[in-house]
Design a protein around this ligand. Sequence first.
Ligand SMILES: [Ca+2]
Ligand SMILES: [Ca+2]
Length: 352
Amino acid sequence: MKTSVRLLSILLTVVLVFSMFAVTVSAEGEVANVTIKTDVDTVIAGDVVTVTVNVANNYYATSMRWPVLFSNTFFELVEGSVKATDELDALGGSAKCNETPDNTIYTTTYSSTDYTGVLVQWTAAVSATGIAPYNQADGMDCFTFQLKAKTDINVGDSGSIVIPEDYPRFYNYILTDTEEPFSPDKVVKCETLVHNFEGATVECVTPEILPVEDSGVVLDKTKNYIKGVAIGTVDNLDAYVRASVGEISITPAKENKMGTGSKVSLTHNGITYETYTLIIAGDVNGDAYVDYMDLMLVDWYEAYGVTFSGVQKIAADLNGDGKVNANDKIALDAYLNFEYEIDQVTGTVIDL
Ligand SMILES: [Ca+2]
Ligand SMILES: [Ca+2]
């Protein structure tokens, strides 16, 4: 009898201790979302990409360790570029960035055959007043480094940057008692934390200007004309064209107006790859609008031999017969009288 009471009490103690322990370390619903971001998602060979590791968590982490792997046929690390961000430094603690970690960063899913990686780590500062954990529900950029797209990659190739989900050595130390002051004796290892990882992919592309889908714009790749832009689009062309890589720059035809004759160029790393000329049918003077000024110019072209550039002639040829004459003047006049519409893709009038 005595023995069984004792056994029972031991059992109860064990259950009690276990349940206390279980309460302490189970952290249900506590999630870290670790997101890899790149400053660009398209490159040409030789480009440098800045990678950022953002960590959003809803618990008080006292340490973190992330191996960040990248496709080694596509990328190479820019040496000396791995560092903690100023925001992470501002939290105190100790950040470590290892550019040449050992093989333990690789997993069965992500092997060193295809990947190379860096290892970034952080542990919270501990002082006489307590411990300063990481709790950033909205996420914070913690680490950054640069990758160079290798010079022998080809258009269509892509490289990925990932944190392997099957990495067995993530730190899982958290504070479960969130009453301040935080103290090191409240730190526990928690195996139930959920880590969600979002990687990034970068693709090698041809530098070119592309139409924005469903914008109605048409790029004439032979003559380098842009057509299909609405009359009066004076602010920007973002709704119509985009760069596969690099930046689009615009030289307006007239003052800051993006009318007929405006030049649209694609530039990347100081090299201009393509230049298109914008044509707004009916806009002969290049101010992006179609009005009596344009009608007057067509009149002068016909009557007084005013010279037109090639694109001005195309903009003025509203019946599409390849010539600029009285018929176009009639068409333009009819447009201005709301009898015709202008199809900016064909560059000709439509009888309403
Ligand atoms: Ca005009
Ligand atoms: Ca004509």
